[in-house]
Design a protein around this ligand. Sequence first.
Ligand code: AHR
Length: 502
Amino acid sequence: MEKYLINPNQKISRISKDIYGHFSEHLGRCIYEGLYVGEDSDIPNVNGMRTDVVQALRDMGLPVLRWPGGCFADEYHWKDGVGPKETRKRILNTHWGRVVEDNSFGTHEFFELCRQLGCDAYINGNVGSGTVREMNEWVEYMTFDGTSPMAQLRRDNGREEPWVVTYFGVGNENWGCGGNMDPEYYGCLFKQYETYIRNYDPDHRIYRIACGPNEEDYHWTDRVMDKVKHKANGLSLHYYTDIWDHETRSKKSATEFTPLQYDMTLAQAYRIDGIITRHIEVMNRHDRQHRVDLIVDEWGTWYEVEPGTNPGFLYQQNTMRDAMVAALTLNIFNKHSDRIRMANIAQTVNVLQSVALTEGEKMLLTPTYYVFKMFREHQNNTLLGSFITTSVRDIPDCKDASGRGTKPLPQLIESASIDENGTIWATVVNTSADQEAQVACQVADTAVKDVKAEILTGSTGDFNTFDAPNYVKTVAFTDYKVTADGFTATLPPCSVTRFEIK
Ligand code: AHR
């Protein structure tokens, strides 16, 4: 029997709702078809946004959306995407599939989408191929209320009121697709560009995000922090979970995998815990007051694309394995919520680890969707001290072609929070593909009156299809007993369980 202790006396940090954020890029069928079908489409829509997807994302509790990229952001020139649609430039999407981008989804459409979703806006600006003036004018266009050329242009394009830009990213992956820069050079550019991101609204400061490292690039974090520490509000980290076939030099299938590949994927996802800890240690060397937050604005699984689809569109299915990756990662983010202000899974619909997939007018919700919906109860709660005993297995390292290295994978990974009404929400992942787990939970100094629970479980490779869209979904969980100060439960293999404790 594993012991699970939740301590309501230990209130650690607020879990920012934006840890549950999403990312949508002009990539494949994410924006076009996934979110936006145009006003004239036969697919039901409101102002061009498909109603089925918007409703699902609202139900899931999407708090913030990052746009327009990704690599696309550093080639995006915002003026191409405003004004009458007939006259908008048709450009080549050089990064993703070399398809025509007709710019019919631009700044006005993005804010309309945010309005319908009821979410905050995270705009990613162009440093790699854009100018300081272009970025300055975009911010003026979006947020200035007075008399100016860009505010007038916005009004001429049909929008009187400015919008609220909550977060602004100064470039994306500038160590790679965003210009192949050295960290010192990028750090200087950040300060230059950031200077001209004006705060026009006296009651709202735009939160500035500097491009941070990829995975374990601690050197980038160190050098960039040295430059940006007094100017940036957040530093972004990108971390994808991918496992490689070293012989064919390709990624692996999203749906066909061995038990070992399942374990390797989860162990690879779990590595993010240590990576976050080490980046924060490096940040702290430059920032003793912890002024700069960590933002994980791209994360999730990345597999080989579905057979027969455009390799540049990054379309992949989503199984229970992905649900486990999402749940264990979100538990890790909760545990680091003293420093992580926002995270954005890549990429919402039809691209990488999506929460929804579409095919024409059909839509399905993925196992990952149900994890986000279960975990939404943590949004804006207070993280509690909690600990679970568990076995830990050593899994062969998927990045090491020799197969010599190993990575740890705990069987049980959890987090717990308390909401403003005093209800405790605990989310527990059983990563094992075949072992159930007996758990005895004790809530310190608390007389527990009532426990309710929901579960998402199945075989590791289960997924939803357009013909069977409800094969995997959350159901009520009943295999537990309430005790005087907690509960005992038997958690099935490959499961995510959410307990509501009063
Ligand atoms: O999410 C897909 C791509 O991954 C993004 O465009 C880029 O930032 C990252 O390399």
